[in-house]
Design a protein around this ligand. Sequence first.
Ligand SMILES: [Zn+2]
Length: 528
Amino acid sequence: MILIFRNFKMILSKVRATNIFCLFLLNITATVAQAPKPLMHYKIDLLTIVNDKVYVQLETPKQDKEVIDFLFPRIVPGIYGTMHFAENVNNLKAYDASGRALEVERPEPHRFRIRNADELAQIRYHVDDGWDEFDEKYREGFYRSAESSFHFDSFAVINHNSLIGYFEGQSNLPVQLDVYRPGDWYGATTLHRGKSTYNMDVFRADSYRELVDNPILYTRPDTVWLHIGETDVCVAAFSNTGQKLARGIANNIEPLLRNQAAYLGGKLPVDAYCFMMYHALGSPNSYSGDGLEHATSTLCLLQCPLDSGAVGDFVYGLASHEFFHIVTPLNIHSENIQEYDFVQPTMSRHLWLYEGMTEYATIHMPVWQGMDDGFRSFLQKIADKLQQMSKFDDALPLEKLSLEAMERQDQYYNVYLKGTFVCLLLDLELRQRSHGKYGTRDLMRDLSARYGPDKPFVDADLYQVIADMTYPEIREFFSRYVEGSERLPLEEALLKAGIVVDSQKFNVSLVRNPTPEQAQLRKWWINQ
Ligand SMILES: [Zn+2]
């Protein structure tokens, strides 16, 4: 077991708020004079948080249009409802290089229209936080883990989509983000780091999408690093009780992460991963959580009593699914995700893959790896998912649910149930046809090699691509069970592996005396 504690220099900030504003202004003049290559250069000031409002400043790249629209997202990847992040943006002003104010209108809540944009040099505004306290209050369609929250003396959860905007049509511009923060705070994130000073961090992203995909948790360091395969995994935590939680969480999830890495072939497809955990003390027996997965990090908000066992269990459950997202959608995703539209996204038809395959790996890994209790709990998970799936509309094809995920939130959870079973059936089908040599693990590895983080697939082509990579008959499998709504043949398929499914009683058990064929397929499929 390798646990590495990073030692952070704790240098208390002595810079006063007024100095920061001056610093910002001086920098702008210098940057504009040098006419750098197009770059969205943002500054966030966590040193002068007043009434939970943060000051943000953007030095804009040269614009050649008369009129330009500066937008804030209405939605981000991973959530399926509009959230209007711009509603917390106040007092947005635009300036030319000499500091003269330019005309700004707000034709829509998320859209700021700037005139004489060819003279634009700088935008400044304040942003209020999206939530103050993590409490039990539930607001339909409000995803806390996609919002930001900051307290001047203790922490900042930064989801860039709620603090930072982009010019319409220019979300592919590279971004530099300078965060001014107290000297004893550390920002846990998987954003690329530039040079930091005692009270300022510099981060870089290749695009707005990449920036949004890498949130930051700022607080006094409670950070543990694990080295898994060749990947540095950071566990960073904040608790409003003042307790340190990161070490307990890291101890709890380390065996899981090691097994996940082994399942994926030993080497993970990312250099770094970060679990960011915010904990707020809740009333006794009150537990709630809110998490959002990203390509190389997971942000988790938890409200519960200070009980290290409960926090550990919660993160374990979360990590067992979220960590597998490093395979898909990070390395295997469609063009609709690569060119994500933060105002009106076009949904991909492949939630069966992004969520279904991720969840399938989550339940398949422990049994494949021979983890304690893996086989029994695998069968139990199948039974539980069968029972849960019975509450959803089986006539709704998974592809349709995926394309209409925003409108079909009532059915959305079925991607973790029916989506998982489609992948289970696909795995069994591939194992059977290949005499044990090829399964979904191999398929995901081959798809990752063929595509990757920067090379999306064409959304409409993926079924045929998979059939071409495996067996022609697999195209029909997708027609029937993903594009179509044919009932999944779970009983028949699992019986071939010596497992009896009672879909009425949601009971899953082993055949008492399996035939050699049943035993062989089961061995190929789940190593049991
Ligand atoms: Zn997921």
